[in-house]
Design a protein around this ligand. Structure first.
Ligand code: HEC
Length: 464
């Protein structure tokens, strides 16, 4: 309500965030897991004096640096751009709470980038021991950035602090060390390791096509990190589930789509495990590029569904119990319900004052006379309804046809029933409560009616 709305035509803003975020996590988990593997394996190659192995890891490092630094950094910044536009209030709140966390994160990010470049470009020019240390510095810095960012994303799902109640103290550490932080850090570390090995399988089988001996050595060394990653993922997943806020648990249990997706996530992990055991772990010689790339694709599918479920169970909040999915502070809901939605928003109130000065009474607590607006011409009522929709519903429902369109959801309803739906919005658990007054519910319902598709499936229009 303090910011203008933003609409991405055809796609909707949440979908745009989802796409960029999924691409980003695919790369960023590799940036951590792949970094740990590179550091370990480079160290191993130096220790055993295995020149061929070391040569392979140099090639891997080139691929790694290009992918993670270039792509990872661009999509990472892309996420901040899009969430800043799509969820400005939530982004503002997070920046206020976590500015110190981000400052530390940036320090580690700079360390990480410097170490990554030094690791690759000075590969043959540094004494091996120093080179191994730089690999280690990269791996640790990358993992610490994962730990820091997870503190913030975990807080969005559950604000309950381990050290104290953030909602009472406003303390940074109470926010950062929340009940979801450890489980999510463990899961993400596990995913990073598993994912790192899948990238290595794919890269090594293709690059070392003609060098079976080295290929087998590289692949065999991945067994431990893979299994270790799997155990961490499962352990963290249990912790995540145990520490879900009550509302998220209900959302998870009630939504068929989320149940299917959670099932797919677990199935994909199990499938990857079985394929890895039967393939590269049983006999590293047998796996070829195609098999390894398929394994990586399954990994990407698992990660994408996992992230989707993690995001979806947070509804109706963007930040648990602080900011609702439509950019409204939980603390503001009651006031909005009492005095009206439009008059309490920054941009919407300016618009009302300009358009309806005769209905604006700055001296009253309830400044705008919404009831009067109900007697105005239809176009003006619909314009007001649309303004409510764009600020109150647009974050999750599109006015246009296509993805997340509201039309089909209001199909077949009457204005009276829509008023009831709107006034009891949070009967659907994933929706925020209605944050306006009765007159505004009427205005919105009238506008919603115009969005409903009118194609009734009859014999005439269905059969040729
Ligand atoms: C935080 C996201 C979010 C916001 C904001 C939101 N909704 Fe929803 N809404 C949902 C979800 C999720 C569903 C259920 C999934 C579905 O059926 O598509 C839903 C379902 C609905 C339905 C179908 C309900 C039913 O019983 O079948 C209607 C109607 C609806 N929303 C209207 C609105 C209106 C009007 C607004 C704004 C005043 C709004 N929603 C705001 C997320 C949201």
């Amino acid at each position: 309500m303090f910011y203008p709305w933003w609409y991405v035509s055809g796609l909707t803003a949440p979908m745009l965030i989802a796409i960029i975020a999924v691409v980003h996590v695919i790369v960023s988990h590799y940036a951590v897991g792949g970094g740990i593997l590179l550091a370990m394996e480079n160290h191993h190659a130096i220790k055993t004096g295995n020149g061929k192995l070391r040569e392979y890891w140099k090639k891997h490092a080139k691929f790694f640096v290009l992918l993670t630094v270039v792509f990872g950094a661009i999509t990472g910044v892309g996420i901040w751009w899009t969430i800043g536009l799509a969820s400005p209030l939530a982004t503002e709140i997070l920046i206020r709470i976590f500015v110190f966390g981000w400052a530390i994160e940036w320090v580690f990010f700079v360390v990480e980038l410097t170490a990554a470049f030094a690791f690759y470009y000075y590969w043959d020019r540094l004494p091996p021991k120093t080179h191994a240390v730089i690999g280690g510095i990269y791996a640790i810095a990358a993992w610490i950035s994962l730990v820091l960012i997870t503190g913030i994303t975990a807080f969005m799902l559950n604000i309950d602090g381990v050290l104290g109640d953030w909602s009472k103290t406003g303390d940074f550490w109470h926010a950062f060390i929340n009940v979801q932080w450890l489980p999510q850090t463990i899961t993400r570390t596990g995913i990073a390791l598993m994912f790192g090995t899948l990238y290595v399988y794919a890269h090594a089988t293709i690059v070392l096509r003609d060098d079976e001996n080295t290929r087998v050595q590289v692949i065999r060394r991945m067994n431990k990190p893979f299994l270790c990653g799997l155990i961490l993922v499962l352990a963290g997943f249990v912790g995540w589930f145990v520490h879900l806020p009550e509302i998220s648990r209900v959302v998870l249990e009630r939504s068929a789509a989320l149940n299917v997706l959670s099932g797919l996530f677990v199935a994909a992990i199990v499938l990857i495990f079985i394929l890895a055991v039967l393939g590269p772990m049983r006999d590293p010689k047998t796996i070829n590029g195609g098999f390894a790339v398929c394994l990586l694709l399954f990994g990407i599918a698992a990660l994408a569904t996992g992230e989707f479920v993690r995001e979806a169970v947070r509804k109706p909040y963007i930040v648990d119990r602080v900011v609702l999915g439509n950019q409204i502070l939980v603390n503001d809901v009651e006031r909005f319900q009492k005095t009206g939605f439009l008059e309490n928003g920054y941009w919407t109130s300016l618009s009302l004052q300009k358009q309806y000065p005769q209905l604006w009474h700055a001296e009253n607590e309830d400044r705008f006379a919404e009831n009067e607006l109900l007697h105005y011409p239809k176009e003006e009522r619909l314009a007001a309804g649309r303004m409510i929709f764009m600020h109150h519903c647009n974050n999750c429902h599109a006015a246009e046809h296509g993805l997340s369109a509201i039309g089909p959801l209001v199909y077949g309803k009457t204005q009276t029933s829509l008023v009831q739906t709107v006034k009891h919005l949070n009967n659907v658990i994933t929706m925020p409560p209605w944050c306006g007054n009765d007159a505004e519910a009427n205005l919105l319902a009238e506008y919603l009616l115009t969005l409903a598709p009118n194609a009734h499936p009859t014999k005439e229009n269905v059969l040729p």
